[in-house]
Design a protein around this ligand. Sequence first.
Ligand code: SF4
Ligand code: SF4
Length: 196
Amino acid sequence: MAKIIPRPKLTFWESLYFIEIFKGLMTTGAHARKNLIHGEFETRNYPEEAPKLPRDYRARHRLMKRPDGSPRCVACFMCSTACPARCINIVAEEADRTDIEKRPAKFEIDLLLCVFCGYCVEACPCDAIRMDTTIGVMVHDNRRDFVIGKAKLMDWNPADYPATDVQSQKAPGGSLNAEALAQFNGAGGASGAGHH
Ligand code: SF4
Ligand code: SF4
C-alpha cells in the first residue's frame, strides 16, 4: 500500500529560505573547520567496517516461507508485472495442497537489472517477497551469479530477524514455528499428491 507523507508546514521565516540557506552554510562551515583545522575526518574504513543497514533499507530480496518451509509465494505474477525492470522470472506449477492453487516451480531475480525500487514487495498480495535482508553489497565475478533463484532467495534464518517479525518467526527454526506448523497442517492441507 502506498504511504502518503504529509508535507511539513513552513513558518514565515522558513518560507523566506535565506535564513535556512545561511543555517545550511553555517553547518557546512562548521564541518569544514572541524575537518581542516582539527583533522577530524569522519570516514569509515570500508569495506572492513561495513555500515549496519536498517531493516527498512531496500536490500537484496528474500522469499518468505510457510511453516513447513515451502514458499509463501502463490505464483500470481503480480510482482513481475509491477517490476519496471522486468527482472523477475517466475514459472508456476500446481501446488500439492488442496488449499493452495499454485506455487513457483522457478523464481529468479536478475540483480543486475533490478533497480531496487521495492515495487515487487508492494505488489505482492501475500507478504511472500521482502527486501529486508540488509544484504546491500553483492559482489560476483560473473554475471550468472547475479541471477538468484528460489534456493538462494529462501536461504535465510529466522534467528537473524527480530522476534517481533511474526511472519519470519513462523518459518522453520523460528520461535513461533511449532504452533504455526500445527495450524498449517490442520488447515485442510490434505495432500493432493501426484499433481505436478
Ligand atoms: S525491486 Fe523493483 S526492479 Fe527490483 S525486482 Fe523488485 S520491482 Fe523489480
Ligand atoms: S512473490 Fe508475491 S506477487 Fe510475486 S508471484 Fe509470488 S505471491 Fe505473487
